[in-house]
Design a protein around this ligand. Structure first.
Ligand code: KMT
Ligand code: NI
Length: 184
């Protein structure tokens, strides 16, 4: 099954809850693509020797990879890192993540600045384009293991919103306009 995505409610409650609207307002993979967000489903059981993953990495130049386990007992500075991940931010390069275990939410801003929540689980891989505002949280199970991929030497630097003056942001907004998505 593909990852599920939905528009979030505006409640300030625990971010690890689903935050669906009532009734649920789903977002399709097609809508995500219009925002420059791309998705693959892979077999995470064979990630160490998966020809499909190899093909994606070769085609897209994802030369770097590491694996991060996000859990209170495994990640140094767990609380502080999660707090940073959940601040609305952007990067100057694509953010590419492949979930190997557990669950995670990636929230991205729609063309109209609404939050879209992407529920990721084992086997889900996505790319968030450079310049898109987004944030990350665990769900209520409080654990995920993820592969981080990168084109060339990784740069993890995050710029919290507002970060509108960066080239990557302006380029992203232009790409939205070309696709006919509203860019606020
Ligand atoms: C980011 O920049 O949003 C992250 O690195 C999220 C956590 S990595 C699974
Ligand atoms: Ni990020």
């Amino acid at each position: 099954m593909a990852a599920e995505a939905w528009y979030m409610d505006g409640s300030q409650e625990d971010p690890r809850k689903p935050h669906r609207l009532e009734p649920n307002e789903p977002v399709s993979l097609r809508q995500l693509e219009a925002l420059g967000v791309f998705y693959w489903k892979l077999n995470a059981d064979i990630y160490e020797s998966d020809p499909e993953l190899e093909r994606i990495r070769r085609d897209r130049g994802y030369s770097f990879m590491d694996v991060i386990s996000i859990h209170r007992d495994t990640l140094p500075d767990y609380e502080q890192k999660l707090k940073m991940f959940f601040e609305e931010h952007l990067h100057l390069d694509d953010e590419i993540r492949y979930i190997l275990d557990g669950h995670a939410y990636f929230d991205v801003r729609s063309g109209e600045e609404r939050w879209i929540r992407i529920a990721m689980t084992k086997g889900d891989m996505i790319t968030l384009p450079a310049g898109i505002y987004h944030r990350f949280t665990l769900d209520e199970t409080n654990y995920t293991k993820a592969m981080r991929l990168f084109v060339g030497e990784p740069v993890w630097k995050a710029y919290n919103r507002p970060a509108d003056d960066f080239d990557a942001r302006q380029k992203y907004l232009s790409s939205l306009q070309e696709r006919g998505e509203k860019a606020v």
